[in-house]
Write a protein that binds this ligand. Structure first.
Ligand code: UD1
Ligand code: UDP
Length: 380
């Protein structure tokens, strides 16, 4: 019998982390041929994830350019995928989240009349410029997709408000599945710098910051606030693996170089990042993924953005929106560093995003939709 050809397409670090366990789950299914195509929108940061999860892509478009524009990413993906689809003839294409790779791959699949499944469907801020361009990317993918795998109930309701009610499955987020394999009590970091940090005596703050809508003044404010925190609270150690974007590298190093308790390090692999978060005191970030991972580890998160499409952990009390103004960031950090009660209120593990079985549900939903299984998956 001919197997169902399911092609997972991704290109950046966060997509790879969240798609890796799904690629593996699909490969375990008898009726499915699991193919993997990477666009290479990210190069080093993507390859790091592929290495950790032992995934060897069947296709690699290798599109990355230094300081690439959104148009470059989109056109290179569209053209590259034409050839891939002609050769591989997938029955279903899976894309993840809201990157330009995900949007272009969904559009390319639509042009070839190939069905599209959207993993991490239904996240919204309803502000088309924030996050930019991700809010528009994911909204457009919602229109292009045939299957929608929503992590949470609120995500599913967002789709329903847009009239998308068919082919929607409530699955949980695959990032929680990924964490089951990365977080370990006896984990050893690959660098002395991270192994030798005093995780109990000091207040280690895990920091990341990279979003395009924060380029310019917001990122200047964020870096200035981080500098002030490091200088005012000598008991802190800020560990900041800096995204390889030249824009981010420049502003981070200009503000934070030379401070003895700030560790500006290259991006770390996903196992290191998850274990760093597991050992840290708190997290300050504009990342989407970290907002889902840190609450699962019981770590308070200050989100360095004006809004979030992930309100669930805010409602659960472990995530706070700090915004992008210098004074606001400082006052929220000050509270967590000096007020034990306020800290304890935020430092509890919650898991509104998943239970570690999202990939299983997505694979079941695909089998059900294509007649390989008789029942839909139970909801998350
Ligand atoms: C992209 C996604 C964003 C996601 C982020 C995750 C879009 C529009 N944005 O943004 O949603 O949150 O990835 O990190 O899809 N670079 C390297 N090596 C790498 C990766 C990046 O050198 O491994 C540099 C390159 O100069 C590249 C630049 O970073 O041009 C920016 O990368 P790009 O993917 O365009 O944007 P991100 O900000 O990473
Ligand atoms: N991450 C990582 N190494 C780093 C920084 C982040 O492996 O140096 C992981 C992090 O744990 C999360 C994902 O990358 O799983 C988030 O990616 P990113 O912040 O680049 O993108 P976003 O989630 O904001 O789209």
């Amino acid at each position: 019998m001919k197997k169902l050809r399911v092609m997972s397409i991704f290109g950046t670090r966060p997509e790879a982390i969240k798609m890796a366990p799904l690629v593996k789950e699909l490969a375990r299914r008898e009726g499915i041929e699991s193919l993997c195509c990477v666009t290479g929108q990210h190069r080093e940061m993507l390859d790091s994830v592929l290495g950790i999860f032992h995934i060897r892509p069947d296709y690699d478009l290798d599109i990355m350019e230094p300081g690439q524009s959104l148009s470059t990413i989109t056109t290179k993906c569209l053209l590259g995928l034409e050839k891939v689809f002609e050769e591989a003839q997938p029955d279903l294409v899976l894309v993840h989240g809201d990157t330009s790779t995900a949007f272009s791959a969904a559009l390319a699949a639509f042009y070839h009349k190939i069905k599209v499944g959207h993993v991490e469907a239904g996240l919204r801020t309803l502000d088309k410029y924030s996050p930019f361009p991700e809010e528009m990317n994911r909204t457009l993918i919602g229109d292009l997709a045939d299957l929608h795998f929503s992590p949470t109930r609120a995500n599913r309701e967002n789709l329903s408000r847009e009239g998308i009610t068919k082919g929607v499955f409530l699955t949980g987020n695959t990032v929680i599945d990924a964490m089951a394999t990365t977080v370990r009590k006896d984990f050893r970091f690959t660098t002395q710098e991270l192994n030798e940090l005093d995780y109990t005596g000091k207040k280690v703050i895990a920091v990341t910051c990279h979003r395009r809508e924060n380029y310019g003044q917001p990122m200047e404010n964020i870096m200035a606030a981080l500098k002030h925190i490091a200088q005012t609270y000598p008991e802190t150690e800020l560990v900041y693996p800096v995204h390889l974007s030249p824009t981010v590298q420049e502003v981070a190093h200009r503000h934070l170089d030379g401070l003895s308790n700030v560790h500006l390090i290259p991006p770390v692999d996903v196992e290191e990042m998850h274990n760093l978060m597991e050992r840290c005191y708190m997290v300050m970030t504009d990342s989407g993924g970290l907002q889902e991972e840190a609450p699962a580890l019981g770590k308070p998160v200050l989100v360095l953005r004006r809004e979030t499409e992930r309100p669930e952990a805010v409602a659960a009390g472990t995530v706070k929106l700090a915004g992008v103004e210098y004074e606001d960031i400082l006052s929220m950090a000050r509270e967590l560093l000096t007020d034990r009660d306020a800290y304890e209120k935020m430092a509890h593990a919650v898991n509104p995003y998943g239970d570690g079985r999202a990939c299983e549900r997505i694979a079941d939903a695909i089998e059900y939709t294509f007649g390989l299984g008789s029942t839909p998956p139970e909801e998350f």
